[in-house]
Structures are given as structure tokens and as C-alpha cells.
Ligand binder design. Structure first.
Ligand code: ATP
Ligand code: MG
Length: 419
């Protein structure tokens, strides 16, 4: 393992703890990723020093968490998290620490490294790197699993999922991101346990969803979530629509959105969660709009109401921040407006703060058979055109529209909602 890849700040923390007479190790995802030659997202340190003792060693240190206190050592924008060894949930007092349904209640007892290892989820996440002699401490045969590319839960899989059902999602995420194979016990136990995720707070599920779909392997994540029937627990309505649909459209749109996200991440471009969520929920929004328009509602109002209703349903499963919901509604609400390009309208749409995302969404729809490719092309050209040309483009669609309108007045509103 190359030490050059270890953050200089993490090394500082490790050495400082050591020179103060404490044990200190890197642990978890950073060791796992370094062994694969990947750049770790963050560096986690464990020690036998209590949080208060850690704080006494570092000036730039804050203690966080009430239930289990952690030390955060700040270096500008980088934070090195230092945790004290935790007692295991599987020692002789184990029965006291789990809820009757098997959920972990108390996980807040300090322990030794030998105990700390058992509370970790996968064997490849339970490798401790010792800077003292550059060795890896491995109590669970995790190094061998790592070499084989196997993701294996420590202990009894069913017990571990029941303790914390989010581990099922972590299994999918690591399997997709690292291209590791879930071992048969860890995979088999997911069947019949997916529903346990319903008891996990929706805010935690949202955090996990972000990690899942912004991991750079979103397409694979989605396939695995479907295979293990976990997707249905997170997005029940989307799942139902995907299964009921006959044509290519909702699935193609979703897969394309996921693939786009993966390539943007690979290129180092920014990604926004609301765009992906807007794609997940788009089919539901469109169907609701169609019903409302049929009942005589104005199409723009229908989009607002449908958006609100779809979001209100989904947040029961995966809470998301208000601003995410707002951005999704803006992206959806701009879709019918793209068809109305006359007068100053096209210019107003172009100036809308959410134009870029909404345009990308239109292209996504056009690419997957859900919108007129000519319309998407028009907007592509319109953005690139100079001002004179823009005016010309607007004039020419006005002509087309007028002719169309004389023939049939309701064509426009209907076209917006037909998928
Ligand atoms: P990444 O940071 O790449 O998402 P990670 O494995 O470091 O992956 P973290 O959430 O940062 O994941 O957690 C750090 C370590 O803490 C894990 O490697 C694992 O050992 C332990 N851990 C985290 N979450 C859980 C959990 N739900 N159950 C058991 N152990 C966990
Ligand atoms: Mg980590």
C-alpha cells in the first residue's frame, strides 16, 4: 500500500496520537480503497484515546455526536474523523444491546481494537492500517476477501441486516462501486429483509440514496437494487411503473439519466441529486398531469399540482430537502413551456435560473422517446444562435404554431402530456 496516497493530515493525526502514547490506525473505506489504488473519499482514524483525550492532543479539534462522541480534527477544509474503539454488539452482553426486532440500540460503549472490529459491516471494511510498521491488522480474513473481490458481512448476515438494514444498501453500493461480488450468505439474506428498510428514518435513507446514485456506478447500483428488490422499498411508485410499462420509455429514461450521471462524475463534472430524482419521478408526474388536464385543468397548473403530489408521496420514503423538491418542480414545470416559444417566451425561458437543467432534461426525454427530438434540437440551436438568429427562430415557430392552431386548438396541451 502506498503511503504517498494517504492524506498528509491523516498522517499527522496518526503520528501525533502515537507520539502521545496512544494507539492509532486508519480503518474502513480508506484502507479498502487505498489497497485498490483508489483515492479515498475521507480518512477515518481509530484510537484507544477517549474523545476528550483526543481533544487534548489537537488544538483544531471538535467533539461531535451525543450518543457516541467522535473527534473531528480540522485542517482547513479537510476533516479527519477520529473515533475511539467501540465495544462490540456481539459480546456476552449482546442481548442487552439490541432491540426486540434486532435493531441496534446501544452502540456507545468504548472498547478495544479486538472488539471494535466486530461492529464493522464488511470484512473488507474492517482492515486496520498501522503506520508504526506499515502493517495491516486483519481479524476477519478481510484481506483475503479484498484480494478475491468479495464483499462479506462479518458474522451472521441476517442478524447484521436486522441490526441495521442500511447495510443492505451499503452492500449494493460497495459491490457496484468496487466491482466486488457479494458472498452468497450476504446476498441471500437480503431476500425477505428489504422491508426492514421501511423502519429506517427517511432522512437517513435520503443520505444513503445520494451516496448510492452519486457513487459513479449508478447504473450498476440501480440494477443491483432491482435484483435484490430494494428499489421497490425506496421508490415504490417508480418501481411499480417500471414493472407495468410495456414500451421502452420510463426505463430507458431512467437508465439514461443514471448513465449520464456516471459519465459526468467520471469527467469530474458536478452532479445534482434533484436532476436524477426528477427523472425517477417524471413518469408519475406526467400521468397525473394527463389526468388533471383531462379534467379540464390548465396544463401549467396541472404540472404544479402533480409535482407537489408526487413529491409529497415520495418524501414519505426518502425525505429530501425543500430546495431539492423546489428544483425538481422547476425542471418539470419548464417542460411544457419549452413548447411555447412565441413572442418573448423563449427568451424568458432561456433566462430562467433552472434553464440548463430543464433543457438537459428535455434532451434526456427526447433521447429516450419521451419528447420530440426536433423540439430539443430547436432549443440546442436557439442557445447557440446570436440575437438576430434567435429572433428569426422565434418568428418561424410562431408561423408554424399559428397554422397548427387553426386546425386544432387543443393539440398543444395534449401533446405535452402524452408519453
Ligand atoms: P465510503 O467512505 O467510501 O462511503 P466507508 O466504508 O468508509 O465507505 P463510512 O460510512 O465512511 O464508509 O464508514 C467508515 C467505516 O465505518 C466503514 O468502513 C465500516 O467499517 C464502519 N461502518 C460505517 N457504517 C456502518 C454500518 N452501518 N454498520 C457497520 N459498520 C459501519
Ligand atoms: Mg469513509
Amino acid at each position: 500500500m502506498s503511503r504517498a496516497q494517504i492524506s498528509a493530515n491523516a498522517l499527522k493525526v496518526l503520528y501525533r496520537l502515537k507520539s502521545n502514547g496512544y494507539q492509532s490506525y486508519l480503518v474502513g473505506g480508506c484502507v479498502r480503497d487505498l489497497l485498490l489504488g483508489l483515492e479515498p473519499k475521507d480518512f477515518d482514524v481509530v484510537t484507544d484515546a477517549s474523545p476528550e483525550q483526543v481533544k487534548a492532543v489537537f488544538r483544531n479539534c471538535r467533539l461531535i455526536g451525543r450518543r457516541f462522541r467522535l473527534a473531528h480534527v480540522h485542517f482547513g477544509r479537510e476533516i479527519i474523523e477520529v473515533a475511539t474503539f467501540r465495544g462490540s454488539a456481539h459480546d456476552e452482553s449482546g442481548t442487552e444491546r439490541v432491540h426486540e426486532n434486532g435493531r441496534l440500540l446501544r452502540d456507545n460503549v468504548y472498547g478495544t481494537i479486538e472488539e471494535d472490529v466486530w461492529r464493522r459491516d464488511f470484512t473488507v471494511n474492517a482492515l486496520y492500517y498501522n503506520i508504526r510498521d506499515f502493517s495491516i491488522i486483519d481479524y476477519v480474513d478481510g484481506y483475503n476477501d479484498h484480494q478475491q473481490g468479495v464483499l462479506r458481512l462479518i458474522g451472521d448476515s441476517a442478524v447484521r441486516y436486522r441490526e441495521d438494514p442500511v447495510r443492505m444498501l451499503r452492500a449494493v453500493r460497495f459491490s457496484a462501486k468496487l466491482d466486488f461480488q457479494l458472498d452468497s450468505d450476504s446476498a441471500g439474506a437480503i431476500g425477505g429483509m428489504a422491508e426492514l428498510l421501511q423502519d429506517v428514518p427517511s432522512a437517513r435513507l435520503y443520505d444513503e440514496i445520494l451516496k448510492l446514485f452519486l457513487s459513479g456506478a449508478a447504473v450498476r447500483v440501480f440494477e443491483l437494487l432491482e435484483n435484490y428488490r430494494l428499489f421497490a422499498v425506496l421508490f415504490p411508485d417508480t418501481d411499480k411503473r417500471l414493472r407495468q410499462s410495456k414500451g421502452d420509455y420510463p426505463r430507458a429514461l431512467l437508465l439514461q439519466a443514471l448513465a449520464n450521471t456516471d459519465s459526468r462524475i467520471a469527467e469530474g463534472k458536478p452532479v445534482t441529486p434533484y436532476f436524477l430524482l426528477a427523472a425517477f419521478l417524471w413518469d408519475a408526474v406526467q400521468s397525473l398531469v394527463a389526468i388533471k388536464v383531462q379534467e379540464g385543468m390548465n396544463v401549467f397548473l396541472a404540472f404544479q399540482e402533480a409535482g407537489n403530489e408526487v413529491i409529497a408521496f415520495q418524501v414519505k420514503y426518502t425525505a429530501f430537502p425543500k430546495r431539492v423538491g423546489l428544483s425538481m418542480r422547476e425542471v418539470w414545470g419548464l417542460q411544457p413551456r419549452f413548447e411555447q416559444r412565441g413572442g418573448a417566451r423563449a427568451f424568458r425561458i432561456l433566462a430562467h435560473p433552472r434553464f440548463r437543467a430543464a433543457y438537459d432534461f428535455l434532451v434526456l426525454r427526447a433521447d429516450t422517446g419521451n419528447a420530440d427530438p426536433e423540439l430539443a434540437q430547436w432549443w440546442t440551436d436557439f442557445q447557440e444562435a446570436d440575437n438576430e438568429r434567435k429572433k428569426e427562430m422565434v418568428r418561424s415557430v410562431q408561423g408554424v404554431k399559428k397554422r397548427g392552431r387553426r386546425r386544432k386548438t387543443t393539440t398543444r396541451d395534449k401533446r405535452v402530456v402524452i408519453s
